[in-house]
Design a protein around this ligand. Structure first.
Ligand SMILES: NC(=O)c1ccc[n+]([C@@H]2O[C@H](COP(=O)([O-])OP(=O)(O)OC[C@H]3O[C@@H](n4cnc5c(N)ncnc54)[C@H](O)[C@@H]3O)[C@@H](O)[C@H]2O)c1
Ligand SMILES: O=C(O)[C@H](O)COP(=O)(O)O
Length: 528
């Protein structure tokens, strides 16, 4: 007799989630508001953990969750889940990528109006018995320019609403294709131009290494005087101290934050600053959105626990039980190649071609393509997964081609990913050693043999004597240990490509020092 799976709902969720679990024969407990220690003490009993943003699924919680098979996030952001730790423990992490997008976009628009007309201050003043009609002079939004940082699901909905308000929308998003920009009615611009032109700025990116502090002190200083800023995405996208200084100095006219660097934000230097508005991470808090995400997460988790079906998983591909063992190493290879292309991309990529050769050509290509796209797009968005990556690629106008070759090549099995850019085609390829271990074999026309794992460093330099010694000294002086070293070149004395694995990330300062070495053309830290 099979035992009934057990799910713990550890954050406040619409009751429909628990009802669905029960209807499907899953035991469910709703225990919310626990400290990490209290959660660690009880989580070991459960096969599934259903959460929103309050529960932090840390390595400690995962270590205590000895029966856990799936974490279901009723919402979008999974930055409260340690994905590598969950993956290492074989725990599937799934989210509901679209259920609360409209609601969050509407909150951004609500905050935009609240800033434009100083609604919270006017309300407080009126209810305090003052009738300060002359104190609150607002601005119209009609005809104003909205700067959208991040034009994904939520950003594009915000754009549609802003266009309806007769605003002009300019967007900065490296993944936004020119065609998609036209489709959603925005003008694609670089960040500096957005900062210079926008009367209102709204942020809709995940928090990644690239987006952290995207509104830094330096960038806030580049904004148009009297700009108004809205953040309903993630704390950490804006330098909060710099925001406070810009409000105090009058550089910016207002700022509305739904999300904070540290949450719950029960104290902040921003509180009480004139022109500052805040809400306690309410972006997704409407009845409609909470019903959507609760139903969706409970259905997805039940399908997984009862039937093995995988939908909207962040860390595993959707696969049938028969295909899984053969495809698994290929998907690891494909994801690494996609990630390599994404991390080394310069400028906009119009399309990707994915080719298979030898044994790989006999397999179902869809999961391989999904893994390439997930690796490629995850560099910029932690919400991309195997299931939604192909959909998002299509939506954003990325031309994806799959080619299966019958020919025999140098390797018994090969996957090649070619990025089509304005500057030409750039290809990377890899094979499986022992049918299991992913190995890079070709990097932009240069033959290499390298694992893609952990922290790495990519360097292009002029092939000349003495360089490797100077590079070793520079890394050594920075206390960075080299793990493996792979060198490839087309011709002696021409251009050489180096791929190093290093024991710790190479920071911006060390990268700058390497860039100063004679003959160096490009340096890029990579992470796999
Ligand atoms: N406040 C809330 O309650 C609430 C609710 C839902 C979602 N969110 C957050 O909103 C954010 C956006 O969600 P989404 O569903 O639109 O995600 P999404 O993945 O659909 O869109 C994110 C967009 O950001 C872009 N992007 C990535 N890196 C960028 C960079 N360096 N510069 C500019 N753009 C970049 C991506 O290309 C993508 O188009 C997420 O962080 C999510 O967690 C907050
Ligand atoms: O990423 C999300 O979906 C939002 O931040 C919503 O978070 P919440 O579920 O805690 O409201």
């Amino acid at each position: 007799m099979t035992t009934q799976p057990k799910v713990l709902i550890s954050d406040k969720m619409d009751p429909r989630a628990a009802a669905i679990f029960r209807e499907r024969g899953i035991q469910v407990d709703e225990i919310t508001g626990k400290t990490p220690e209290e959660l660690a003490a009880i989580v070991g009993d459960y096969d599934g953990l259903a959460i929103r943003s309050s529960t932090k699924v840390t390595p400690k919680i995962l270590a205590a969750a000895t029966s856990l098979k799936v974490v279901g996030r009723a919402g979008i952001g999974v930055d409260n889940v340690d994905i590598p730790a969950a993956t290492a423990r074989g725990v599937v992490v799934m989210n509901t990528p679209f259920g609360n997008s409209i609601t969050t976009a509407e909150h951004a628009i609500a905050l935009l109006f609240a800033l434009a007309r100083q609604l919270p201050e006017a309300d407080a003043s009126t209810q305090a018995g003052k009738w300060e009609k002359n104190r609150f002079m607002g601005v119209e939004v009609t005809g104003k320019t909205l700067g959208l940082i991040g034009a994904g699901n939520i950003g594009s909905i915000v754009a549609s609403r802003a266009l309806g308000l007769r605003m002009k929308v300019v967007a900065f998003d490296p993944f936004l294709s020119p065609e998609r920009a036209v489709e959603i009615g925005v003008e694609k611009v670089e960040l500096d131009e957005l900062l210079r032109r926008a009367d209102f700025i709204t942020l809709h990116t995940p928090l990644t290494d690239q987006t952290r502090n995207i509104l830094s002190r330096e960038n806030i200083a580049k904004t148009k005087k009297d700009v108004r800023i809205v953040n309903c995405a993630r704390g950490g996208l804006i330098d909060e101290a710099a925001l406070k200084d810009a409000l105090d100095s009058g550089q910016i006219a207002g700022a509305a934050l739904d999300v904070f660097e540290t949450e719950p934000a029960t104290a902040s230097p921003l509180f009480g600053t004139p022109g500052f508005i805040s809400t306690p991470h309410l972006g997704a808090s409407t009845n409609e959105a909470q019903v959507n995400v609760a139903i969706q997460v409970a259905e997805q988790m039940s399908d997984f626990l009862l039937l093995g079906g995988v939908t909207n998983a962040i860390n595993v591909p959707s696969l049938s039980a028969e295909e899984a063992p053969r495809l698994k190493p290929y998907m690891a290879l494909a994801e690494k190649l996609g990630s390599l292309v994404g991390q080394l991309a310069r400028g906009s990529i119009a399309g990707l071609s994915i080719e298979t050769e030898g044994a790989a050509a006999e397999l179902n290509m869809k999961p391989i393509t999904g893994a390439v796209l997930a690796g490629y797009m995850r560099v910029h968005s932690d919400t991309v997964n195997m299931v939604n990556a192909p959909f998002l690629a299509k939506e954003r106008g990325l031309d994806v081609r799959e080619v299966r070759h019958d020919r025999e090549g140098d390797y018994h099995t090969l996957v090649r990913v070619t990025a089509h850019t304005q500057a030409g085609d750039r290809a990377v390829a890899g094979t499986l050693f022992g049918n299991a271990a992913p190995r890079l074999t070709e990097l932009f026309g240069v033959k290499v043999e390298a694992d893609l794992a952990g922290d790495m460093l990519y360097i292009v330099n002029e092939d000349a004597p003495g360089f490797i010694g100077r590079l070793g000294t520079t890394l050594g002086e920075a206390g960075i240990n080299i793990g493996t070293f792979h060198l490839g070149r087309i011709d002696a004395g021409g251009e050489a490509v180096l791929l190093l694995s290093v024991d710790e990330p190479v920071g911006a300062e060390v990268v700058a020092r390497i860039e100063q070495l004679p003959g160096v053309k490009q340096v890029r830290p990579l992470k796999f």
